[in-house]
Design a protein around this ligand. Structure first.
Ligand code: GLN
Length: 482
């Protein structure tokens, strides 16, 4: 049963083929067996999970269960969980027990979901390999010498290795789609503002967005049905109505207009990756879609603009970690300044410090116009590129990442190499658009992800487009062998 999708588990629970206690135990056993090596979970909430599973079974026996009642999932460790450590992958928050639930967590709890634990991640979600975590790297279940991608590497590895059927995650520049691609699963980043950010540890507030990691698009729809929608606690959360994301999954794709950005099929993309992606696009043509080349002329500027804007916002957001109210505090500070300095030098890892320095520099008087304002102008150009493209096509497709998963430790010499990992995903965050990565093939037994980008709030359409592909292919059904 632990190989099953969320949809299958939901049906099995409904038919009383299995109880929530049984399926929860099965996942906890699997976690106990595999997590020491994979390192996908930072915290396993065994007692909470069993209590929630028992409550879910009781609810079902009383006849008041919903589609999500009793389904075990995991949360990325940057969603605040009441009474449970929320570390954000950092020594700074290693001792932080959140005093409330993030809206996303609260909604899953209200829907009757079972929380198996909190998944590993790059420190403060900064990274593309899960190697910057204070709790150590996560291994890729397809080949344990490789990274699972990041920053949501723990959620991706947990779903791929069947330690849970679904997990929450976040994407600021690619952190759902890139690990989904490296780990052979389905990951959706909804439109900015579709899901509440309340109770999510902030990295770059104009880019951060919560989404899901699952085996299939159908499962993503089930999770999004729980998560999405207006939240008065987050003023950036959209008031646009949500949809039943499962309702249009089966809609035929005849006449769907697909755009392929020429910039994503050029230098930097390996020949075998290109072949894989073009084959996937070929499947869509068989399903009745039409395909044309499009241009995103400013996409080469996206990584540079992002690495000004994201660190700038991070430098402001992370100023709260000063050792005063919560989180790490250095031992025996001699005065206030000593406490600030040592708390932050000892509590943050290298990549986080680098971002704070870059961000502070970019925002400082005299440099603000040259860097920050300029980056914001580029952001507008990138948004305009997408807007013009969407006048001609319905969705944009291409590779999620220029290559498959790489070896742990192989890309740590130069931070810029790591920054370029998100070359195809970052523009989507800058434009605030929804994007999904779905399994689209294998190169040397390693998964390849196809990225599909939609118009603002076109989540239902993206899930439909992904689901139809998953009905025609079985890439998403492949699982790594232990
Ligand atoms: N890899 C990118 C970064 O390091 C994106 C991370 C993310 O989406 N959280 O900033």
């Amino acid at each position: 049963m632990i190989d099953s999708t969320l949809a299958e588990i939901s049906r099995a629970l409904e038919n009383r083929d299995i109880s929530s206690v049984e399926i929860t135990k099965a996942y906890l056993d699997r976690i106990a067996q595999e997590n020491a090596d994979l390192n996908a979970f930072i915290t396993v909430t065994e007692d909470l999970a069993m209590a929630q599973a028992e409550a879910a079974d009781k609810k079902r026996s009383e006849g008041s269960a919903g589609a999500f009642t009793g389904i075990p999932i995991a949360h990325k460790d940057l969603f605040c969980t009441n009474g449970i450590r929320t570390s954000c992958g950092s020594k700074m928050l290693d001792n932080f027990i959140a005093p409330y639930n993030a809206t996303v967590v609260e909604r899953f709890n209200n829907a009757g979901a079972v929380t198996l634990g909190k998944t590993n991640m790059d420190e403060f979600a900064m990274g593309s390999s899960n190697e910057t975590s204070f709790y150590g790297p996560v291994k890729n279940p397809w080949d344990r010498s490789l990274v699972p991608g990041g920053s949501s590497g723990g959620s991706a590895a947990a779903v791929a290795a069947r330690l849970c059927a679904g997990a929450t995650a976040t994407d600021t520049g690619g952190s759902i789609r890139q690990p989904a691609s490296f780990s052979g699963i389905t990951g959706i980043k909804p439109t900015y503002g579709r899901v509440s950010r309340w109770g999510m540890v902030a990295f770059a507030s104009s880019l951060d967005q919560a989404g899901t990691m699952t085996q299939s698009a159908e499962d993503a729809a089930l999770m999004l049905n729980v998560m999405a929608g207006m939240d008065e606690k987050d003023s950036t959360c959209s008031t646009i109505d949500t949809e039943d994301y499962t309702a249009s999954l089966d809609k035929p794709l005849e006449g769907l207009r697909i755009g392929l950005p020429v910039e994503h099929f050029s230098e930097g993309l390996s020949a075998d990756m290109e072949e894989c992606i073009r084959d996937a696009v070929g499947e869509y043509e068989k399903l009745g879609a039409t395909v044309k080349d499009i241009q995103l002329p400013n996409s080469h500027l996206s990584v540079s603009a992002y690495y000004v804007i994201a660190p700038a916002e991070a430098s402001a957001n992370l100023s709260r970690y000063d050792g005063v109210r919560y989180g790490y505090r250095c031992d025996n500070p001699v005065d206030l300044e000593d406490m600030y300095k040592r708390t932050r030098s000892e509590g943050f890892g290298t990549e986080v410090k680098r971002r704070i320095m870059v961000g502070t520099y970019a925002l400082s008087a005299g440099y603000y116009d040259a860097y920050y304002r300029k980056a914001q102008k580029i952001r507008r150009l990138i948004k305009n590129d997408f807007q013009s493209a969407f006048e001609e096509v319905d969705v944009i497709m291409g590779p999620t990442s220029p290559h498959t998963a790489f070896a742990i430790g192989s890309q740590n010499d130069d931070p810029v190499t790591m920054y370029l990992e998100d070359i195809y995903t970052i523009a989507v965050n800058l434009a605030g658009l929804p994007g999904i990565s779905i399994p689209a093939g294998f190169i040397n037994n390693l998964p390849v992800g196809l990225q599909i980008v939609g118009k603002d709030f076109a989540e239902a359409q993206l899930l439909n487009v992904a689901h139809k592909f998953q009905q025609a292919t079985d890439w998403h059904k492949k699982a790594p062998q232990d």
